[in-house]
Ligand binder design. Sequence first.
Ligand code: ADP
Length: 502
Amino acid sequence: MQLPKIRPALGRALRLVRGLRFRLTVSYVLFFTLLLIAIGFIFRQTLRSEMNGDVQALLEEEWGAAKGYLSIENQRPVWVWDSTDPEEAYIVERLRHVYLLTDSKGYVLDHSGTYDTIGSDSPAEVVRILRSPKPEIHIRTAKDGIPYLIKAGALRDDRGQPYFLALGRSLEDTERTVNGFTRAYFLLLPAMIALTSIAGWLLAGRAIRPLNSVAQAAQQLTGTNLSTQIPNRGAHDELDHLIDSFNHMTRRLSQSFEQVRRFSTDVSHELRTPLTAIRGQLEVALFTAKTPDQYQEAMENALEDVEKLSSIVRALLLLSQAESGQVVLQRTALNLEEVAADVVDQFQIPAEEKGVTLTSLCEEGTTISADRTQIERLLSNLLSNAIKYTPKGGSVNVRAGMDPERSGWCRIVVEDTGVGIPPENLPHIFDRFYRVRTAQTSKIEGLGLGLSFVSWIVSAHGGDIHVESSPGQGTRFDILLPASTRDSLHPLDEAASESVPS
Ligand code: ADP
């Protein structure tokens, strides 16, 4: 019975744990905890070595004093001090608190009770220290666990014989202070970690707040409110960069949606015209035609419009396949001169019929790595437009060859002396269904899709297209395509190129 209630809570907890805020906080707390532990240890070591340094300074002083108060006569230690001076008495008593004196072989001559708990130095140790040029300082721990700082070295009698002298000072205070500090610090640590976690949680929340606004804005996006823009915080950081990218994305999406909307309107409009015509023809056949000839004429007209309708649908299908990446270019090493000559030949008769002179000048041996069908389609579209929009008596010229200005590039130029394109229409002529509607062009038939194809073919080949036009004087399309070098050909392309009959 409890299960249905637990499940959403579990889901929320899982979402929280997987969330960026939680993970940021955990990393922050982990890092801070390690840092605090490291600081604690470093501080503990520093405190210990500082305090040991103080004890060592006192021990050094005592070592100097011991040499003044202690002498050795007949192999026996003799402490000499002014017994009336309480200060001297105190010093000597202090010196003899942790103290050991042996002969040069380690035989103990005198020692303090405390040194008993530390344990005499072994004869080997005594010999080693007596041989070393300087006294040595080391730490030794007594049986009761108290550490002592011991200074050991040689003391000579009046005949110059060496004896082993060791003086020590307890490090108990140091250890107590260091342990006290460690205990207090590590007891405080959980509280510090708890505070760090709270601070981390708040900071992480603050840091990802803009992310949440981006997420909220993204959730609210629909096809109609794509203009949603998130205000930039002006911090010029990564999050601002994210916000800018998001805004940029929504702007582009909005443009694409707008294009799609316009496209749908255009398509319906373009399809409606022949459909209305077909309907008209059929109504004529049904209601007014009486003779077989009238029926036939109505049917023929309807068929013409059906043909127009299917050509629009065919072109649209091809264009959408091309733009959605479904058309794969079959690149081969293409002889541009040959392709251009073929296409120009095909257009000679339509050009003559229209009274337009069609000429071509193509450089021999210009090779491009391209898809033959698409390059033929590109040239056909440009040539049919040029002939279509050039009145009787005009001329159309096609040129192709290596570009003298940019090495590695081929240039195709299709130039006519036709009606031209007004400057305000030029930026749109590559849009789908865009047609320039002027007195000269309104009677010329077309779908407004030819140049969209041309533009796609050029960009699919990695090229560039440029158009210049003067109304009443003519138009010039300039196309740059990467020339083919043997290196730029894919092995498959080469195989394909070999199989193309020349
Ligand atoms: P259409 O089927 O209308 O020719 P295109 O996409 O091929 O469609 O061309 C778009 C528009 O660009 C045409 O309607 C025409 O106004 C203009 N245009 C294209 N080529 C030429 C040209 N050579 N001379 C003048 N206008 C041209």
